[in-house]
Design a protein around this ligand. Structure first.
Ligand SMILES: NC(=O)c1ccc[n+]([C@@H]2O[C@H](COP(=O)([O-])OP(=O)(O)OC[C@H]3O[C@@H](n4cnc5c(N)ncnc54)[C@H](O)[C@@H]3O)[C@@H](O)[C@H]2O)c1
Length: 340
């Protein structure tokens, strides 16, 4: 298939592009490149692509593709809290516009990177399935719910949107993010010898490796239409439904000499949920996630050692919000996150 991959120069996109290529697809990218220089290790061989802002996408950018995989977004809660309007502009309105253009251009399948954060404070001890009430608690999560709603309205005989609600990612990507929980805890342990948990450690977090997300998208791309048409899927595995304290303990084991400190100063995060991932396994026979949290922690510490992660890079370059603040202070991006 000819596939347009938005966000191909981000954390997940950099892992997904080679997985799609290896599956035999012709991949083209589209990204404004906000984090293109945020590299740990050698630069990847990016697919050909357009450096363009999602808000400026034209019909010509989406013509000639069989499918669009839409990852480009302001990708986490702190960014969304900083600038809610911007989050809605980029993550919601520009995403819906992209989908409409894709449909007009005859693109038949549209895989949307949603998030398990749409369940927000659903809480409780039961597993949260796709039909659970959506209770987003941040503009980031709310923007994802709005796009899912809009895509549902666009679905028809010729246009198949699919909503892949990813658990929180972990693992090495050449375009690292250190602001997601496992990557962050391993980085802190590597640099300071301490595994630092600011909450009380009790919230549940569903985790999934970036490579497993990539494999899930690749599977959804070619799945029979009826199996995925206009459907939401949680992406991850019940085996990686873990508490923050459990994640921290895996990190202590993976990072020799590190010690655990749970401060509890931030109290309990209102988000706490365990997720049911069975719908996707049922839709895609044979699919399952491969990576455990333990294996991910080991992979990360090896990557941090090999590529020499520094404190400065950990705190600024690989932390999305800090990087954008620095780029803005340097005059490289304006207040709407466009390149100057
Ligand atoms: N990483 C996770 O834990 C996780 C979990 C659930 C869902 N997701 C979703 O997956 C997608 C990818 O996440 P990621 O972790 O790779 O994030 P990321 O921040 O590393 O990558 C996002 C990419 O989008 C691009 N982008 C942002 N604004 C843009 C704009 N206006 N125009 C063009 N490009 C723009 C950035 O340049 C970047 O390359 C996002 O939609 C995110 O919400 C991620």
């Amino acid at each position: 298939m000819r596939v347009l991959l938005t966000g191909h120069k981000g954390y997940l996109g950099t892992v997904m592009a080679p997985v799609l290529k290896a599956a035999g697809h012709e991949v083209h990218g589209l990204d404004s490149g906000l984090f293109a220089p945020c590299l740990l290790g050698p630069a990847p061989l990016d697919p050909p692509g357009h450096t363009v802002d999602l808000r400026d996408v034209q019909l010509s950018h989406v013509e000639g593709f069989d499918a669009v995989i839409h990852l480009a977004a302001l990708s986490n809660d702190p960014l969304g809290a900083l600038a809610p309007d911007l989050t809605y502009d980029i993550n919601h309105r520009a995403s819906t516009r992209l989908a409409r253009l894709a449909r007009d251009a005859g693109v038949r399948r549209f895989l949307y990177a949603s998030t398990c954060s749409v369940y927000g404070a659903s809480g409780g001890d039961g597993l949260v399935g796709e039909d659970a009430p959506l209770r987003p608690v941040t503009p980031y999560a709310e923007s994802k719910v709005r796009v899912e709603d809009d895509l549902h309205d666009l679905a028809d005989d010729d246009f198949t949107p699919v909503y892949l609600r990813n658990a929180t990612a972990f693992g090495y990507s050449p375009r690292l993010r250190a602001d997601i929980v496992l990557n962050n805890l391993v980085g802190h342990a590597f640099l300071s010898g301490e595994v630092l948990v600011l909450s009380d450690g009790t919230p549940w977090r569903p985790l999934v490796h970036a490579a497993d997300i990539a494999r899930a998208f690749a599977a959804a791309l070619t799945a029979p239409r009826d199996a995925v048409h206009d459907k939401a899927f949680n992406i991850g595995t019940e085996r990686n439904n873990v508490t923050v304290a459990e994640i921290a303990n895996e990190v202590v084991e993976a990072v020799p000499g590190s010690t655990l400190r749970i401060t509890g100063e931030a109290g309990a995060d209102p988000r706490s949920y365990r997720v049911d991932f069975s719908r996707f396994r049922a839709a895609i026979p044979g699919f399952d996630c491969e990576w455990s949290v333990k294996a991910g922690a080991v992979e990360l510490i090896e990557a941090y050692q090999k590529h020499g992660l520094t404190k400065e890079a950990f705190e600024r370059r690989f932390t999305r919000l800090a990087w954008l603040n620095d780029r803005s202070a340097a005059g490289a991006v304006d207040g709407t996150l466009r390149h100057v």
